[in-house]
Structures are given as structure tokens and as C-alpha cells.
Design a protein around this ligand. Structure first.
Ligand code: IPM
Ligand code: MG
Length: 370
């Protein structure tokens, strides 16, 4: 018997627990129908952890995250915790997990499902068949750079500072992941920065180019200014294959790319660390959408991004490509059958709740696996 696969579930706040409970059903389904057993632990993060422990990520939770094969993360934050001190805001829990697990490579695929090509605010011909991957650097840049803070100046006015900083190794390791991923796709990497105004952007561009020339000359490499990249994403997104970019530009460009697919509720992500001697990478999987407090607790959230995040875990942490394909096929099937949560509703489709979407995906899995 293979060793159990360990998973830490951190549902978090808002719609996090609702979408995570649908994934739990898929995990149970895997156990029942595919004899794939996961060893599950669950814990608190974000506002839920603040309420219980006074901090958005307890040390004991971080210890668990460091010991499992993969973390499945829901979402954090909500108005209840908005006015807390910055250092203990719910988001800090997520940022600490990313940093302390060393998850520098954030994969954010933007795929337009055929059935949703009309749900995007962009024209069908612009997004139909779209399949791009944004690779966001996740543990460096302005999110973590020092100095940072708000100080009061002698005249009583205030000064806010954040620092964009990247080193050669930080740029090279994420660029390497981009080139390796591109080789398994369409062998095209576009690197986005602001080398026209930022020194860190110049360094970024030079290091990506150097690594390319030395080790990945077979991959096509283009450089693009991040603002132009934002424009090209809505003008002609299918020109891209893999986009590699820093932490802040990646945050923005991935939200933009999400809307090409019809809804933020559709987008999964994987955050990976360096491989250890056995080839195992620390990993955290999370939907790109947030906690959506305005619709929390109403059973109307779209669980698909969370489902697809689990599929990414199957693919990247557990080497279970067949099962990952199956979950993705299940999602495609219910969309093709015309079932929609509120965020992706269109004329002629049927509106379903979070839990009915879960029921339908399980039913689709039953049929596909029969
Ligand atoms: C994301 C989110 C986070 C980020 C927030 C919640 C800290 O927007 O994962 O894209 O800015 O990285
Ligand atoms: Mg974001």
C-alpha cells in the first residue's frame, strides 16, 4: 500500500468554508471510488484564526502546513477584521504561509471553457479556446521588500514606503519554472516588467534573458512592459502562452486574466516551492477569488475554482494526472449541461446553488468513471 497522501485543509473565511466543503466531497469520492486515500487535517486561518487565537496563522498551523504534502486553502478576510492592525489582518496569514513555505512560484492558469465563452465581458472570438498560464513570483518584490512602513514626518504629515526588490537568484528560479512549464505547453514565455522605469525591472529582464540564452534557447522568449501586457491581455490574449512576472504585476495581471475566462469563480492556482532531494515541492493550492463576504453563507458561491485547485494538487503534488483530468472533465461536463452558479449565469442556462453544483460534479464523476 502506498503511503497516505497528506493534505491540510484551511477553509478560512467568507465563502472559503462553503467551497471547501464541496472539495471534501470530491476527496471522499476519490476514497470511495478510486481507493485513493488522503490523510486530512483541517485548521483555521485568517479571520477565523484571529477569532480563535488572536493571530491569522497560529504557529501550530504553520507547523502542520510544513509537514503535509500539500495545503488546500480557501479564502481569507472580511469586513469584521478590516480595521485590525495591519500586522494581524487575515491576509497576513496567507502571506506568512507563502513566505515560510517558500512558495515562490504561483501558477495561475486562465482557461476559457468552451461552455463559458459567452460569459466573458469580452467577445467570444477574443477568448474562445484561451489557455494561458500566468506565473507570478510570490515571495519577493514589493510585498515583502524592506524598508516598509508609515512614518510621521516632523511637520506632522505622513510618509508611506514599500520597496520593490529582487535578487538574481529570485528572478532566475521563477524564470526557470516558466521555461520548464513552457516546454510542456507551447514553448513561449513572455516576461513582463517595467524596465523602462524601474531598476528592478532592468535586472529582471537581463536575468531572464541570460537564463534563456544559457539553458532554454529552444523556448521563444519575449519581453513586454507590464502596462502593455495588461492592454494586450484584453486586446488579444491568445498571443500568450506563459507569462512570467513579479509579485505585484502578477497579482494585477492574474485578476485581469481571470475575467477573460468569464468569472473569478473559475480560476484555480498552485503555489510551489523548490524541489527537495526527492523531487517533492512544498505546495499550496487556492482559488484566485477572495472570501466574497457579500455572498458568504448563502450557498450561491461558485465552488469550481476550489475544485480545480484540488485538481491542480492532484496533478502537481500527487502525480495523479488521470484523477486531475477526471475532475476537470467533471467540471466541463456540468458546464456543458448548462448548470451555472450566479456569477456565470447566462441566458438559457440553469442557476444552481453551491451545493447543487457540488452534487452535479459528483454525479458527472460517477458517470465519467463508470
Ligand atoms: C491574491 C490576493 C492576495 C494577494 C491578497 C489576499 C493578500 O489578492 O492571492 O491574488 O494580493 O496576493
Ligand atoms: Mg490578487
Amino acid at each position: 500500500m502506498a503511503a497516505n497522501k497528506s493534505l491540510l485543509l484551511l477553509p478560512g473565511d467568507g465563502i472559503g468554508p462553503e467551497v471547501m466543503s464541496q472539495v471534501k466531497r470530491v476527496i471522499e469520492w476519490m476514497d470511495r471510488r478510486r481507493a485513493v486515500r488522503f490523510e486530512i487535517t483541517e485548521d483555521l486561518v485568517g479571520g477565523a484564526a484571529i477569532d480563535a487565537h488572536g493571530v491569522p496563522l497560529a504557529d501550530a498551523t504553520l507547523e502542520k502546513a510544513l509537514s503535509v504534502d500539500a495545503v488546500l486553502f480557501g479564502a481569507v478576510g472580511g469586513p469584521k477584521w478590516d480595521n485590525l492592525d495591519f500586522k494581524i489582518k487575515p491576509e497576513r496569514g496567507l502571506l506568512r504561509l507563502r513566505k515560510d513555505l517558500g512558495l515562490f512560484a504561483n501558477l495561475r492558469p486562465a482557461i476559457c471553457f468552451e461552455a463559458l465563452a459567452d460569459a466573458s465581458t469580452l467577445k467570444r472570438e477574443v477568448v474562445e479556446g484561451l489557455d494561458i498560464l500566468i506565473l507570478r513570483e510570490l515571495t519577493g518584490g514589493i510585498y515583502f521588500g524592506e524598508p516598509r512602513g508609515i512614518t510621521v514626518l516632523p511637520d506632522g504629515t505622513r510618509r508611506g514606503v514599500n520597496t520593490q526588490v529582487y535578487t538574481t537568484p529570485e528572478i532566475r528560479r521563477v524564470a526557470r519554472v516558466a521555461f520548464e512549464l513552457a516546454r510542456k505547453r507551447h514553448s513561449h514565455v513572455t516576461s513582463a516588467e517595467k524596465a523602462n522605469v524601474m531598476e528592478s525591472g532592468i535586472l529582471w529582464r537581463e536575468e531572464v534573458q541570460k537564463l534563456h540564452d544559457a539553458e532554454f534557447p529552444d523556448v521563444r522568449l519575449d519581453h513586454i512592459y507590464a502596462d502593455n501586457c495588461a492592454m494586450q491581455l484584453v486586446r488579444n490574449p491568445k498571443q500568450f502562452d506563459v507569462i512570467v512576472t513579479d509579485n505585484l504585476f502578477g497579482d494585477i495581471l492574474s485578476d485581469e486574466a481571470a475575467m477573460l475566462t468569464g468569472s473569478l469563480g473559475m480560476l484555480p492556482s498552485a503555489s510551489l516551492g523548490d524541489a527537495d532531494e526527492s523531487g517533492r515541492r512544498r505546495a499550496l493550492y487556492e482559488p484566485v477569488h477572495g472570501s466574497a463576504p457579500d455572498i458568504a453563507g448563502q450557498d450561491i458561491a461558485n465552488p469550481i475554482a476550489m475544485m480545480l485547485s484540488f485538481a491542480m494538487a492532484l496533478r502537481y503534488s500527487f502525480d495523479m494526472a488521470d484523477e486531475a483530468d477526471l475532475v476537470e472533465a467533471g467540471v466541463r461536463k456540468v458546464l456543458a449541461d448548462g448548470l451555472r452558479t450566479a456569477d456565470i449565469m447566462q441566458k438559457g442556462t440553469a442557476r444552481v446553488s453551491t451545493s447543487v453544483m457540488g452534487d452535479s460534479i459528483l454525479l458527472a464523476l460517477d458517470r465519467l468513471a463508470a
